[in-house]
Design a protein around this ligand. Sequence first.
Ligand SMILES: [Zn+2]
Length: 308
Amino acid sequence: MRFLKALSCLLGLAGLASAGEGWKLDESCKTDAIGSMVTDAIQSAFNMASDELDAIDKALNNEDLGENGENIRNVLKWMFMKDGEEPNGNRLGLLRTNLRRLLRAREEITDGDPDDQTIVVYCGLDRFEEREDGLWYDKDIDDVLEKDESFGACKGAEPTVAYVLVSPGNTPSQLQLCPWFIEWMQGINIKNVHKVDKKSVFWKILSKGLVKMKAVLTPMDVASLLDKVILHELTHTRNAGESDDVDGPSFKTVKYTWKRCRELAREGPDDVQRESQVNADSIALAGSAIRFIKEGNEVKEDGSIVKR
Ligand SMILES: [Zn+2]
């Protein structure tokens, strides 16, 4: 009996250990079919954030940006600067702080209970239970939610591919990848997408998934879609200072896609709530573009990617 009592105490203590800063894959992502795809994409998203932070640090310190540094510097200007401005602390200082904080959560966590510094990545919706009052219970954060403020977003009319929910209290940032999006990602071969033109089969398949976005997409938007989407969502977490979707939620105005992020930078808002450095897609696209440059491509101002 005493032994059993001691054992339950130990288990109780183990259950109280906090996971802390890092990311955790929910069971719904740990399947043979998608586990490694999602893990690779998360690691790639953090790598992009790291390269972007490095570029910002160097640009702000007037240091050499390395090979093809001019192209990298231009990406920072296209995504964050008003025309004629050089990279400066007013437009990039907050982003630098937020990327630094985000990168402290770069390692995967496998033990402990998620806390407010943990990012939990979900690929399914099975933590939700429908209640009699029509609300939905999320057992992971012990909270009741309206369908539309949670997984309803994955099933709405707009092409939502993923979302982040930051709830009050000691709860993790929940990064939900929409199941339809994961299924769709598995079905397309995104390798070398920047080499295909807009009339190809790929674009036809793409348009089925993101029909409303097709008109405004550039190769930069589509290339490496999953890791870019994850970086976009990571910037919404508590760890990264909860970035915005500027001018959202309406799809007609929200600053998604290279073209619209380019317009937002050019506009050069003085209101910090609308600045490119707090706009999730601007941050994600810059990180993605810098990665493509480091892989030996040239990224152009119109969002096209060409092999050097
Ligand atoms: Zn967003």
